[in-house]
Design a protein around this ligand. Structure first.
Ligand code: ZN
Length: 268
C-alpha cells in the first residue's frame, strides 16, 4: 500500500470552528473535546411507518434529528445516528400480522377504519429485540463518557423509554430525558413535541423542517372524509408557523433542562 503524506497545510485543522456534532462525523479528538465540554448524547428514535398519504415514511426520525441538531449547537454534546428499529402494537389476524397503525380497528371509534396493511412501513421490532438493543447501546454510551442521554421520536419507542427510564438511569449511570412534558405542569399542550400521529402536531413540524416533503394535496378538500391512519386531529389544519413555534419553544425548554442537568453533573 502506498504511504500517505500529509502537507503541513493538511494538518492545520481549525479547532472546533464549526458546530460539528454528529457522532459519526467526529474524530476521536473532536469526540473527546465535545464530551469533556458537555457529556450529552442525543438519540433520535425513528421507524419507517405510514404517516398518512401526505407525510414521508421517515417522519418520526426527521423531527428529533432536527431538534437535536439545534440542542447540540446550543448546549454541546453529540447526536447519535438514528435508532430506526422500534416497537409498536402487533396483532395477528387470519395468519397475517398487522403492525402499529395497520390496526385501525383498535383506534378510538371516531378515528377507526378497517384493519389493513398501510403502505411503506418497516423496521418494526418486538420488545424482546428492542430491550437488549437498548441495553447494549446504553452500556456503551456510558462507557464512551456520556452521562446525559436525550432520546425521543417514534411514539412507542419514546413510551418504552419512559417506562424504563428510572431503571435504566440506575443501571447505566445516566440521566435520561425525552421531550414530552407530561411531567411539566406549566407545559403548553399545543406546543408539545411530536404528539399524535400525522395530525396537526407532526404535520406542522414537518412543514417547518422539510416543507418539500409534505404533499397536503393528497389529503383532498372534503372535510367530511377524515383521512385514515392519522389523528387525533385533522392534518389539513397544520401550519409551518405552528411548527416553528413548537421548535422554538422546545429548544428553549429542553436547553433549560439540559443546562440544569449539566450543572448537576459537574458538581458530582
Ligand atoms: Zn409519528
Amino acid at each position: 500500500m502506498k504511504a500517505l503524506h500529509f502537507s503541513e497545510q493538511d494538518l492545520m485543522v481549525p479547532h472546533m470552528t464549526t458546530a460539528k456534532y454528529n457522532w459519526l462525523e467526529l474524530t476521536p479528538q473532536e469526540f473527546r473535546e465535545r464530551i469533556a465540554d458537555a457529556p450529552i448524547a442525543y438519540l433520535p428514535m425513528g421507524t419507517l411507518e405510514w404517516h398518512g398519504e401526505h407525510l414521508p415514511l421517515g417522519t418520526d426520525a426527521l423531527q428529533p434529528i432536527h431538534l437535536f441538531g439545534k440542542l447540540a449547537e446550543l448546549n454541546g454534546g453529540v447526536v447519535m445516528p438514528t435508532m430506526f428499529v422500534g416497537p409498536d402494537i402487533a396483532h395477528a389476524h387470519n395468519g397475517e400480522w398487522y403492525y402499529g397503525m395497520d390496526n385501525g380497528d383498535k383506534r378510538p371509534a371516531h378515528l377507526s377504519y378497517p384493519r389493513q396493511q398501510l403502505a411503506g412501513s418497516a423496521y418494526w421490532t418486538s420488545d424482546d429485540v428492542f430491550q437488549p438493543l437498548m441495553d447494549s447501546i446504553l452500556t456503551q454510551v456510558h462507557r464512551a463518557g456520556i452521562r446525559i442521554l436525550v432520546a425521543h421520536g417514534h411514539g412507542p419507542s419514546t413510551g418504552y423509554l419512559i417506562r424504563k427510564r428510572e431503571h435504566w438511569e440506575k443501571e447505566y449511570g445516566l440521566k435520561i430525558f425525552h421531550c414530552w412534558e407530561w411531567e411539566d405542569s406549566g407545559a403548553d399542550k399545543e406546543l408539545s413535541f411530536q404528539t399524535g400521529h400525522a395530525g396537526i402536531n407532526e404535520t406542522s413540524l414537518i412543514l417547518a423542517i422539510r416543507p418539500d416533503l409534505v404533499q397536503r394535496e393528497r389529503l383532498g378538500d372534503d372535510r367530511e372524509q377524515f383521512p385514515i391512519g392519522v389523528g387525533p386531529d385533522d392534518p389539513r389544519d397544520a401550519s409551518s408557523v405552528l411548527g416553528e413555534k413548537i421548535i422554538t419553544y422546545q429548544v428553549e425548554r429542553m436547553s433549560t433542562i439540559l443546562q440544569k442537568a449539566l450543572a448537576h453533573t459537574n458538581n458530582d
